[in-house]
Design a protein around this ligand. Structure first.
Ligand code: AMP
Length: 398
């Protein structure tokens, strides 16, 4: 069985999966794991394979040591890179700027281009490059492929992609809407086209990726025409810990009047805001139990979240004109029936009617949750970004 190693390298962690590109979206990967606490005194590697979980605890100096140890652990249980038919390595790269609209086979030049984009993603791209460098040196004879989170949104119309700020400043500093979660929106929208039995070019849809990070996209005939995340993944919907859209004047106010530094405001908006900022928790299971107990902060957080989500859905309905499908995906979108029900409540005059019984069904399969007479079909489609990356990687490598 041909397998692809999918790597998602963060600043202190590496997520890895060995994926059969021909597997179903809801099948477990052949193996999966996580290297954590890189650079700290106590590192940890976990590996899941064949239903067993293996753990290795050791100091992990850097990404190179981390991946090396992970490969050793995989070899110990018979799923090391040389034990399997490894055909490609797929790397998740957060920012492709306007340079990349599709996945690319990684060469030294491509790495240099990803490096040039560091100012746009100062936390993410350096870690992605570390992962690429290390994996290329450990597996030099396997093709490596970069798949960009922004790629799907690269061709968005200027009216949606550009901000109304001084044009020269925007050009000089790469200030524009890039969008993120592109691999997920593309994967899910293509899946919906298959489920509807129509070519993607023939359908208009709204995809709602609601996880700890959340974004939505308006997709017209297979091409995105708008998305909620912006120059950074801070914009758009209310998220687990991120504010989503706020008045930019708030930043100046907090800096000038409250005396907060730019770094403090960055932390506030990225880590201490969103649902967590209001209710103190960011997991929707906890939030739900709190609302059930009548906790007012939890209700407020939830209502702000839903209000913002409906605002985006409404604006995308207008942007698209005709909507064939609305699809929920990711941790909240796939699991929280109450979010789905409230997001699309009372929209029957727009042809959107959720069937409460269908909506309640729990499943890891794609499923229709609208009534038969809803003119807009509403779907829940599990996303699988690793599988999408594996498929691109295999395609480019062969
Ligand atoms: P993701 O970022 O896609 O992994 O989504 C993670 C989020 O999904 C968690 O923080 C939870 O808020 C949410 N989630 C996961 N499982 C459930 C569930 N069974 N019910 C409600 N929310 C869930």
């Amino acid at each position: 069985m041909a397998l692809v190693l999918v790597l998602n390298s963060g600043s202190s962690s590496i997520k890895f999966q060995l994926v059969d590109p021909d597997q179903h979206a809801t099948d477990d990967p052949f193996a999966s794991g996580l290297v954590e606490q890189i650079g700290e005194p106590h590192g940890r590697i976990t590996l899941k394979h064949n239903g067993d979980k293996h753990v290795l605890e050791a100091p992990i100096k850097d990404h190179s040591a981390g991946l090396d140890l992970a490969f050793n652990l995989m070899s110990d249980v018979g799923c090391g890179p040389t034990d399997v038919d490894l055909v490609a390595v797929g790397h998740r790269v957060v920012h492709g700027g306007i340079l990349f609209s599709k996945p690319e086979i990684i060469t030294d030049e491509i790495v240099d281009m990803i490096r040039d984009l560091i100012p746009l993603a100062p936390l993410h791209n350096p870690a992605n490059i570390d992962g690429i460098d290390v994996a290329r040196s450990l597996l030099p004879n396997i093709p490596h492929v970069a798949v960009f989170d922004t790629g799907f949104f690269n061709g968005m119309p200027p009216a949606a992609a550009l901000y109304a700020i001084d044009a020269q400043t925007a050009i000089n500093h790469g200030v524009r809407r890039y969008g993120f979660h592109g691999t997920s929106h593309e994967y899910v929208s293509q899946k919906v086209a298959t489920l509807l039995g129509k070519p993607a070019e023939d359908i208009n849809q709204i995809t709602l990726h609601l996880g700890n990070g959340s974004s939505c996209a308006a997709i017209q005939g297979g091409q995105p025409i708008d998305t909620s995340m912006g120059m950074t993944p801070l914009a758009g919907l209310v998220m687990g810990t991120r504010s989503g859209d706020i008045d930019p004047g708030i930043v100046f106010h907090l800096h000038r009047t409250a005396g907060m530094s730019i770094d403090e405001i960055d932390t506030l908006l990225n880590k201490k805001s969103g649902v967590k900022g209001i209710a103190g928790v960011n997991d929707f299971r906890e939030l739900r139990s709190m609302t059930d107990e009548g906790n007012q902060d939890a209700w407020l957080a939830y209502n702000i979240y839903i209000h913002q989500l409906r605002r985006y859905i409404g604006s995308y309905m207008i942007a698209l004109g005709r909507v064939d499908a609305i699809t929920f995906t990711a941790g909240v979108g796939e699991n929280a029936d109450f979010v789905r029900a409230d997001a699309l409540d009372n929209l029957q005059m727009y042809g959107i009617i959720i069937d409460p019984e269908r909506n309640k069904i729990r499943s890891d399969q794609p499923r229709l949750i609208s009534t038969d007479d809803s003119t807009v079909q509403v779907w829940v489609v599990p996303t699988n970004e690793e599988l999408a990356i594996a498929r691109y990687a295999k395609q480019l490598a062969s």
